[in-house]
Design a protein around this ligand. Structure first.
Ligand SMILES: [Zn+2]
Length: 171
């Protein structure tokens, strides 16, 4: 699934992000931390721009919030039964180590607990509903290792996917 007109949508979003950064600086630092500046050198039109250091503070916080949104949607995607390769394709993600998109997506959103990357989501299968600790798209020795936490006998997408991966059918 690809956006119909990604470039136009992204241009609008870029302006929205600038406004959000400016608004966050205004809220956190007050009006004095924002000034009117030409939209480009020599231009008559002006727009509100945050002072550089508060702007850095705000832009970094917005980045963190956006990353949290990536993780939230990855959780929703896993709960809806989408695979890591599908999530990687939607993110259009590439990493420096040339991992497959599914692996790169998992690495991007995973938390590291005792140096082991994992990603948590809740199984939506009837009779399960448990919090799943997902160890990513690479096949593992057991389903428990790859996707741990399903209720015994869970046959929902998570359980089935884990069993398929264990058999090497759906890496
Ligand atoms: Zn389950």
């Amino acid at each position: 699934m690809n956006p119909a007109d990604a470039e136009a949508a992204l241009r609008t979003a870029r302006l929205d992000v600038e406004r959000i950064v400016t608004r966050l600086v205004t809220t956190a630092y007050g009006e004095q931390a924002v000034s009117l500046r030409p939209i480009f050198p020599g231009a008559a039109s002006r727009h509100q721009v945050a002072d550089p250091l508060p702007g850095l503070w705000a832009a970094k916080r917005i980045c963190s919030m956006a990353k949290a949104e990536v993780r939230r949607f990855a959780r929703l995607a896993r709960e809806a039964g989408h695979t890591w390769p599908q999530i990687g394709a939607a993110l259009q993600i590439r990493d420096a180590d040339y991992h497959a998109p599914g692996e790169a997506a998992f690495e991007y959103v995973a938390e590291r607990i005792y140096d082991t990357p994992s990603f948590s989501w809740r199984c939506t299968a009837e009779g399960c509903g448990r919090l799943i600790r997902d160890f990513g798209p690479l096949p593992s020795f057991t389903a428990e290792d790859t996707e741990g936490g399903h209720a015994p006998g869970c046959t929902g997408h998570g359980g089935l996917a884990a069993h398929a991966r264990r058999r090497g059918l759906n890496p």
